[in-house]
Design a protein around this ligand. Structure first.
Ligand code: 4AD
Ligand code: MG
Length: 462
């Protein structure tokens, strides 16, 4: 490979000034005049484009019309020179080679395209500034997540994607089967149908790595998973994807306040990393998606999050005088409108809502002494709502078993999980952070379909 990164030319222009370099990229826009032509090219290494200056006198007899088109790919040899704008650099072209033509039906001809339109061309929308910035922030954020856990002594665990359990108990599992239509017709009942299937039992894509993460934590102490999870949630909201990435730490000997502290430190750490490493991308999102974005993120790094008891949250909502679409009552789950009221109108920062009624939460959460609530917390943030689901786990064998029986769960599917409470049980806690949710918070992009390379939602598989 001959070419150097455009990010290198732009950030290290002073050292490269006067030197010959080769760069390559896609033409984002081009201008052609009588004596000069200009190409703005981008190679994905930075949000900024590099300007290629073509002095037509040096290109006599060369047909430049093939490279002065949006979307074509080119390789350019030229000399790095100062640009008009102080501190910036561009290339005086010596030769321009067309690598790949791009016909006039290329859909990205305008400066602005709606996000809805871009969703129809996932194979090309990555070539916009929005997706360039989004993907770089997603990469930096992911690496910062790893760094945070690695620096704090956590072991990275790869939990299985194929499971026989339903961690959240919500029945939102994508079934995995090698059986076909014909098998379903010939089996005498469901049991026979499943007995003939690949795993000889019901299998599905994991909704969460937690249950297996707990297994690892009961030996390795502090672990985290970071991988894809799947939910067949048929809800068409801007915040739910069928496939999304989750970060799930699990910590032995930690109680709810301990895990809340870890979650808060992690959020601050990863947001600070994005502030430090992606200032250009954040400036772009600030302009295009959310004014005040950088100040909002800085404020998250600088101030403590609110910890609010669920009961208090209900009281605040009841006294608010707001007309909510969904009822507010102790025992009911908080809806998106309630979460937004609390984070946006009341506190205007991240809020941990703690001690939810046990009836609306999962079987594995530690039951509080009041008999009514569990030691669980959701982290809610302005604009997005829930980004983290967190809890101390029920470490008592009998209580856990009772909670499972109460929910009508098939205990045979969870004997391994129950064993953790039988053999050397310890208090432990963990949480799941939705990567796409925090991406929405950090970028101001308001639809989850636009923080994934390919959107994965009900009825949409491009
Ligand atoms: O609150 P949830 O369902 O919690 C769990 O799955 C736990 N087992 C996690 C744990 O304790 N290890 O999901 C965790 C987070 C949510 O807060 C949200 O950020 C994200 O995962 N999430 C989704 N993100 C996008 N699309 C969906 N359909 C999501 N469902 C959950
Ligand atoms: Mg949740």
């Amino acid at each position: 490979m001959k070419n150097i990164d455009i990010s290198e030319v732009l950030s290290n222009g002073k050292a490269l000034e006067g030197k010959s370099v080769t760069v390559a990229g896609w033409v984002r826009n081009a201008r052609d005049s009588k004596t000069m032509a200009f190409l703005n090219i981008n190679d994905g290494t930075t949000l900024k484009h590099l300007q290629i200056v073509i002095d037509k006198a040096k290109f006599e007899g060369v047909d430049l019309s093939s490279v002065t088109k949006n979307g074509v790919s080119v390789q350019v040899d030229g000399v790095v020179v100062k640009a008009m704008k102080e501190g910036e650099f561009e290339i005086n072209a010596q030769s321009v080679e067309l690598l790949g033509d791009c016909p006039a039906d290329y859909p990205l001809q305008k400066k602005y395209h709606s996000m809805e339109f871009l969703r129809t061309i996932p194979q090309l929308r990555v070539r916009t500034n929005t997706f360039n910035a989004m993907l770089r922030v997603r990469s930096k954020l992911s690496f910062a997540i790893h760094r945070f856990f690695q620096e704090n002594g956590f072991c990275y665990i790869h939990t299985p994607i194929i499971t026989g359990s339903d961690c959240e108990g919500a029945g939102e599992i994508f079934r995995i089967t090698t059986n076909g239509y014909a098998d379903a017709k010939t089996a005498k009942d469901e049991a026979e149908y499943i007995a003939n299937d690949f795993f000889r039992r019901k299998a599905g894509l994991t909704v969460s790595g937690q249950l297996e993460g707990e297994v690892a934590a009961m030996a390795m102490g502090k672990i985290y998973t970071f991988g894809p999870t799947f939910r067949a949630e048929n809800s068409n909201t801007p915040r739910h994807a069928a496939e999304f990435w989750q970060v799930e730490p699990e910590v032995a000997f930690a109680k709810l306040p301990d895990i809340i502290e870890i979650a808060q430190s992690m959020i601050k750490y990863i947001i600070k990393a994005v502030l430090d490493e992606c200032p250009e991308e954040l400036a772009f999102f600030e302009k295009a998606f959310e004014s005040g974005l950088t100040a909002k993120l800085q404020n998250v790094v600088d101030s403590d999050f609110v910890v609010l008891d669920y009961g208090e949250a209900i009281k605040i909502l009841e006294k608010s005088g707001e007309k909510f679409q969904y009822p507010v009552e102790w025992g009911l789950d908080l809806q998106s409108e309630h979460e937004r009221y609390i984070t946006e109108k009341v506190f205007n920062k991240p809020v941990f809502v703690t001690n939810y009624p046990k009836k609306i939460k999962s079987f594995y959460m530690k039951q509080n002494d009041d008999g009514l609530t569990v030691a669980a917390t959701d982290l809610l943030v302005p604009g997005v709502g829930e980004i983290i689901g967190c809890s101390e786990r029920e470490a008592d064998y009998d209580k856990l078993k009772a909670a499972m029986v109460e929910r009508g769960m098939n205990l045979d599917d969870y004997t391994g999980y129950l064993d953790l409470r039988k053999y050397g049980s310890v208090p432990h806690s963990g949480y799941g952070l939705g990567l796409e949710r925090i991406m929405m918070y950090v970028t101001g992009i308001s639809n989850i379909r636009d923080v994934q390379l390919f959107a994965r939602t009900a009825g949409d598989l491009m």
